[in-house]
Design a protein around this ligand. Structure first.
Ligand code: HEC
Ligand code: HEC
Ligand code: HEC
Length: 333
């Protein structure tokens, strides 16, 4: 009797102490087992990047920082379409087989495990701040997507939802729901650091354009993406027309003339001529229009490229100030 109760006490203790750690190791152990016995048949989770022509499936060494968790879970549950329209190894097959499917519980455990395990020290916080990303920047990003051949290899969707573009690599019409900003920014810096000798492409673009194309992709597929509106920012609330007059003198008079008559020394030889501000009701022009025209230049709003883009030259406050100046000075005839 006495002996028995000691023994059952000891058994109880053992269960109490081991139960939480068994559960804890259980999730990780479960994920490790699935990854080791199933996922690793096709994917690599460690080692150096290799050509896709030596792989069976995309490398997942950095998968813990590449995907947004809800997307990864949907992917593992088989709720997402294949990313490679021609199959990942298009040299072997043109048919993309359906990916293996996990239950929601399994997918959640796997995603959590991947997130904490497969990290990549090369991936730092992105230089792009999406909270200041504007609609005009997204449209410049869309232009880059065409001008720099991205559409030649990656598909998007047109306004009717039809796929367009070349199907050689991943679809990107839902990129904003799939990638983390940090991974995609680092990948964009040099794709060969991740997918060498795979047909990948490095575009020759400035940091500012990189922001446009990176940010643009992060808006793709995102419902009601909230764009930043600089004309509603603090700089605009604090705009000062007097300070703006000085900016006008330093940067605009050269073409538009001291009284906005379009007769600055720089006007000679220009066609079309610099606008005659004195004749225009700039007071009634929408602030977003003036902002985009001055920040991104004439070509961004369908005007002459001889009207420069001042976004790199003028800080936000000077831009706000010069807009306040032209709106309070030029009211039409
Ligand atoms: C039979 C081979 C195979 C197995 C097993 C497999 N995968 Fe895949 N996986 C693929 C292929 C091929 C693709 C690319 C499919 C496509 O998008 O067209 C892929 C794509 C993925 C992607 C998206 C990759 C990208 O392009 O960014 C993730 C994440 C992924 N698999 C995770 C897993 C995990 C986790 C497991 C184990 C639970 C697993 N896979 C098991 C072959 C496999
Ligand atoms: C000549 C074809 C080609 C062009 C042009 C091209 N890419 Fe790619 N891209 C690839 C290949 C190949 C990969 C590696 C993934 C793979 O195996 O398909 C890749 C990878 C990517 C990825 C990461 C995909 C993933 O999930 O791992 C992104 C994002 C991407 N490209 C964006 C772009 C952008 C933006 C442009 C234009 C500046 C561009 N690509 C131009 C072929 C191309
Ligand atoms: C290199 C010459 C040049 C300089 C410098 C210049 N502009 Fe212009 N600007 C132009 C030209 C040319 C046009 C006419 C574009 C057209 O009609 O296609 C124009 C047009 C405009 C318009 C009228 C747009 C419209 O919708 O009609 C505004 C407003 C304007 N500029 C503001 C400015 C401001 C503010 C500055 C200084 C920060 C400035 N510009 C500096 C050449 C210049």
């Amino acid at each position: 009797m006495w002996k028995l109760s000691i023994r059952s006490f000891a058994v109880l203790l053992l269960v109490m102490f081991s139960a939480p750690s068994v559960l804890w190791a259980g999730d990780d152990g479960f994920a490790e087992k699935i990854i080791g016995s199933q996922c690793s048949n096709c994917h690599r989770f460690e080692g150096k990047p290799k050509s896709k022509f030596k792989l069976k499936a995309p490398d997942l060494m950095w998968s813990g920082v590449k995907y947004q968790r809800p997307w990864l879970i949907r992917w593992l549950m088989g709720q997402e379409d294949n990313l490679y329209p021609n199959s990942y190894r298009w040299d072997k097959s043109r048919f993309s087989p359906k990916h293996m499917i996990s239950t929601r519980e399994e997918a959640t455990v796997l995603a959590e495990y991947m997130e904490k395990t497969y990290r990549d020290p090369r991936i730092k916080k992105s230089f792009v701040d999406m909270s200041t990303f504007t609609e005009m920047e997204a449209s410049l990003g869309a232009d880059i997507f065409r001008e720099y051949s991205c559409l030649g290899c990656h598909q998007l969707k047109d306004d009717e939802g039809n796929k367009m573009g070349g199907p050689i690599s991943v679809d990107l019409f839902d990129a904003g729901n799939r990638y983390t900003l940090d991974w995609w920014s680092r990948f964009a810096e040099n794709p060969q650091d991740f997918t060498p000798h795979s047909g990948e492409y490095l575009a020759d673009i400035s940091l500012r354009k990189a922001r446009h194309i990176i940010g643009y992709l992060m808006t793709l597929g995102v419902k009601d993406f909230k764009f930043h509106e600089p004309w509603n920012s603090k700089a605009f609330k604090n705009a000062d027309a007097k300070r703006g007059a000085q900016v006008y003198k330093e940067y605009c008079v050269q073409c538009h003339g001291p009284k906005g008559k379009g007769d600055g020394p720089g006007a000679k030889g220009l066609d079309p001529k610099p606008a005659v501000h004195a004749d225009l009701p700039l007071s009634d022009y929408p602030e977003d229009y003036l902002y985009n025209l001055i920040f991104y230049g004439g070509k961004s709003v369908g005007k002459s490229p001889n009207m420069p883009d001042w976004g790199l030259t003028l800080p936000e406050q000077s831009l706000a100030d010069v807009i306040a100046y032209v709106r309070s000075t030029f009211k039409g005839q």
